[in-house]
Every structure is written in C-alpha cells, then in structure tokens.
Design a binder for this molecule. Sequence first.
Ligand code: AMP
Ligand code: MG
Length: 405
Amino acid sequence: MPTLEEARQIILGHTRTLGTELVDLIDSMNRVAAEEILAPWDMPQCDNSAMDGFAVQSSDCTPEARFRVTGLIAAGAPVIPVEPGCAVKIMTGALIPPGADAVVPFENARMQGEYVEFKTPVKFHQYVRLAGSDLRRDELMIPVGAVIHAPEISAIASASRTHVSVFRRPRITILSTGNELVEVGELVTPGKVVDSNGVSLAAMAKECGASVQMLGIARDTVESHIEKMTAGLQADIFITSAGVSVGERDLVREVLADLGVPLEFHSVDIGPGRPTSFGVKDHCLVFCLPGNPVASMIIFTELVRPAILKAMGYRRVVPVAVRAILQENTSKRLGRIKLLRVRLEFNGDSLLAFSAGEQATGILKTSLRADGLALLPAARSSFSAGEEVEVHLLSNNVLMQQEEI
Ligand code: AMP
Ligand code: MG
C-alpha cells in the first residue's frame, strides 16, 4: 500500500500535460502559458515622463536659472521641442521632447509669471522613464509554463495581444455510485443519502479550472456501472466515489477490471481516505474515491487536484505546507499518516492549529470549520500541544485579517 507521498508520485508519473488552445486574454486567468511571449518592442517604446512637471535640459539648470515656459505636452500629444533657456510643461506618460533630458515635478518648481525656477538641483534623466527600461525588444516576457495572473495579463496586453496560447483544461467526468443515493433536490426518506459527493467534487474540479461533466448515479448493478463507467472513461480524468471497499455491492473495482482498467493502487496508507484507487486507461486517469464525503474531499485535495493542475501545465501542484503550532494533545494510529482537520488562527506571530472538532470521518461539520489539514506523520502516535506541525491550507481565509469587517 503506497504512502500518501508515494501515491502522489505514482499519479503524477502517469499525468501528462494536455495539448494547447488559444483563448481570449481575459479568459486566460489561472491558466498556464503554452507559448513563449517576447516583448515585441522596447517597453516603454520611447522615453517619457514619470511625473507631472517641467521638461528641461539638465545641463541648463544652474542654481539661479529661470526658464520661460513655452507650452504643454499632454500624454499622447505631439511633442514641443524645448529651446535653450526654456521649459515645457509635461504630463506623466508624455514623450520627452527634443532638447530636454530631465523632468522637474511641479512640487519642486515655483512659477513666476511665465517663468519657472526650480527649488532643487536637477539631475540628468531624473523622472524620465527610459525606452526599454522595463523590457528590451525581444526580451522574454512570459515563459512557457508561467501561470497567468493579472500581471501576466497586463504584460501580454501591453504587447497588444488579444489572445494567448494556454494548456487545455482537462475534461473531467464525475460519477457517484450506490443504491442509497438520491439526487440533490429529491425527497430524502430514511435510509436514503443525498449524493453530495457529485456536486462537491465537481465544484472542486471547476475551481481548479477543469471542465466538468456530471454522470449522475450508478446503481449497484454491474450493468449500471458498466454503462456509466464506459461513458466516464471518455474523459481526461474520471472520478468516481464510493463502492471501493470490500462490501458485497462495492462494484467499482470489479467493473473497472471488466473494462480493462489496470489499477496502480487500490488503497493508500492514509487516514481518512484509505480506500482510494487509481488506474489509467489509454489517456484517462481514473480516481475511485471513498464514498464518505469527508474522505473524498480530502483525497481530492491531496491526490486529484495535483493531477488536474499538472494536466493544465502547472509545475507546482502540491499543496503548500505551512507550519502551525498544535494547540491540543493528539494521538493517532502508529504507522499511518493522519490528516487532522484543523482551524487556524494567526496570533500575529505564528499560526495556531486547533482541532476543528470531532475527527471521525462521518462528522461533516468538522470540515465546515476546518481551514487546513495537519499532516501527522506515520512514524509517531502522539503529539503534544505546543509542537509544530505541517498544515495544508484548505482556505486562504486564514491569511486574511482575523478581525471581521
Ligand atoms: P461506500 O464507499 O459505498 O461504502 O460508502 C461509504 C459511505 O459514504 C456511506 O455512508 C455512503 O452512504 C456514503 N456515500 C456514498 N456515496 C455518497 C455520495 N455520493 N454522497 C454522499 N455520501 C455518499
Ligand atoms: Mg456503497
């Protein structure tokens, strides 16, 4: 049985980055660049003013000098050359005119009628944004593999590009299994369980940027499983939940074998989430998650999400582990990693990890309070309040100001 880390390595070893597609720049947020983008020209293209002020020749600026103001250059307006002994008003972003090599901000200048004098010495190129000072023509702006966020969109837009090539999003099919399940919105009678996994897994996959197709519920018959699972295997990634333990009606693995899907593993040495299977059929990655909603969400975070991100071209795919100080004594089974659901608080110095509540996997409300998963290592069974643990963040909220507005 692989450890969590080994399971992740097996999965990532089978995960290929998908092909590419051209998308509108505005839709490229959180996607990964599949093309290298070079600066098409010097940026900025020409020397321009960094301030509202006066364009002057710095060598004319002796301590007592006065300059006649001969005009104004607005951003985007044609330049007015600066004659010796003169200055021209200039706005931020306006081109530096011939005859000038520096800008004196208004706050460092004093007007006297049509003349201006400067309160401070003027240096060559002061408050001038030089051509190419940001990027030189043909300098690498966006490498292949860059995750596109607002600064990348801004850079690509500044090269006047409307579209960008990115790695494709995986198509993901999601299937719930079990006779006890009813669709969300249906009448829930005793003994029935609402299929919450379908929507929670779909929502998490969408959050990663995947395109999701929900296949509904396979009933506990071989025929129903074969029909739904055949459809599921058409995707890049196929996720099922439940029916993977050794219950008499746990058909998922049996049907996968019938459909010719070899499993790389059928359990992971982790709690919660042990009954997790993974296999590959042609180009489709198949994840069979436990039925328990808490366990399936944890396994999604730890094992499925990294594969989705790698398929989308991400190179950093493993959740970042922050260090937090455990606030309660905790014990667990020796020899298996435990993911403890914790609530995090920042005390201004360190992150504090409080148990988010009862840790039995049946207790969903503990997940409602959890900000992260503390990774309690396999090799130890007891942990004391005050010691540091690694925590995978489930929400970014903990990094926000603790006081609510
Ligand atoms: P199983 O893996 O089939 O033994 O299911 C484990 C537990 O998860 C049982 O209590 C199921 O009722 C529950 N469960 C299975 N599938 C889902 C689902 N799609 N949504 C919510 N709970 C589920
Ligand atoms: Mg079942």
